[in-house]
Design a protein around this ligand. Structure first.
Ligand SMILES: C[S@@+](CC[C@H](N)C(=O)[O-])C[C@H]1O[C@@H](n2cnc3c(N)ncnc32)[C@H](O)[C@@H]1O
Length: 298
């Protein structure tokens, strides 16, 4: 089983416009597919990669231009500074989880396999999905399902979870399915569970907050002309990336200076984003929700 199959590989790495002696960062190393392609194109340059999951270490290539930091990308700037890097020529992020994480039964990311409800990408820290489900109040639970999963019956889901946990904790994938399974719309059960599990994963890993922290730091350290290349997998994170690339803030409101000139820090390279071709999808169905956005720092 492959650790991961990279989505939009050529399109994303072409989008970085790699200089052979440039300094690049891959903040989501995973199976190293995007990193390998960058390493193929640099000669004297450097590639520094991040992954918060210990498992990714097995994929480290033997290449003197490469360094993997087993860190959360929310600490981008400090980690780079610690390694003597102040400015970079390009950054790629391929968000979400790897196939390895998703398919590994013990991780609890999918409704398709019985497992403890963990869902942490970094298993050395933070709280598990099970802990979250068993401890937070009903309205915060509903918010997670509504905002991160776009589930319209979020309040009912939260109510049923709170009722279920009054007779014992939710510990496994099956417990969660038992608690809310009757709310899954007929013939759309898989879609319902996919959204439910996705919303919990986003909450457990603080995915939206950490993405924002990373983007702000990336803007700070990119050289003028440096590229930001981001692949997202759902509309919520895509909106964050799109607004930031268009305006330099997450509200998507363009700021103007005293004279009324726009202060947008990026030039958008992709207007609507790039999605996988039919050819790619025929080989990798899991790339179907991928959307690539590229911007260049002015
Ligand atoms: C979709 S996979 C990347 C796959 C990779 N591009 C490849 O070609 O194999 C996402 C990876 O990013 C890591 N990741 C997600 N959020 C992270 C974060 N905040 N900090 C560090 N790593 C993160 C995950 O652990 C996972 O291994």
């Amino acid at each position: 089983m492959a650790y991961h199959i990279p989505a939009l590989l050529k399109e994303s790495i072409d989008g970085l416009i790699i200089k052979p002696d440039g300094i690049y960062v891959d903040v989501t190393f995973g199976g190293g597919g995007h990193s390998m392609e960058i390493l193929n194109r640099i000669q004297k340059g450097r590639l520094i990669a991040f992954d918060q999951d210990d498992d990714a270490v097995v994929n480290v290539p033997a290449d003197e231009n490469f360094l993997l930091l087993n860190q959360n990308f929310r600490f981008l700037k400090n980690n780079l500074l610690f390694n003597g890097v102040q400015k970079i020529d390009g950054l790629i992020a391929d968000l979400g989880v790897s196939f390895h994480q998703f398919d590994e039964p013990s991780r609890g990311f999918t409704f398709r396999q019985e497992a403890p409800l963990d869902m942490r990408m970094d298993q050395s820290t933070g709280i598990t999905a099970s802990h979250l489900l068993n401890t937070i109040d009903e309205s915060s639970l509903a918010d997670i399902f509504y905002y991160f999963g776009e589930l319209t019956n979020s309040r009912r889901i939260a109510r049923d979870i709170v009722a279920f946990r009054s007779s014992g904790p939710l510990s496994t994938v099956q417990d969660l399915i038992d608690a809310v399974g009757k709310l899954a719309p007929y013939r759309q059960e898989n879609k319902f569970y996919a959204k439910l599990f996705q919303s919990l994963r986003i909450a457990v890993n603080h995915e939206i907050d950490y993405l924002k922290e990373m983007l702000e730091q990336a803007l700070d350290i990119l050289n003028p002309g440096g590229r930001l290349v981001i692949i997202t997998y759902h509309s919520l994170e895509d909106r964050v990336v799109k607004n930031f690339m268009r305006t330099g803030n997450f509200e998507g409101v363009e700021k103007k200076d005293f004279y009324g000139n726009g202060e947008t820090p990026f030039r958008m390279i992709t207007r609507k984003g790039i999605t996988p071709s039919e050819e790619e999808l025929s080989e990798n169905r899991r790339a179907r929700s991928a959307r690539l956005r590229i911007a260049e720092k002015i």
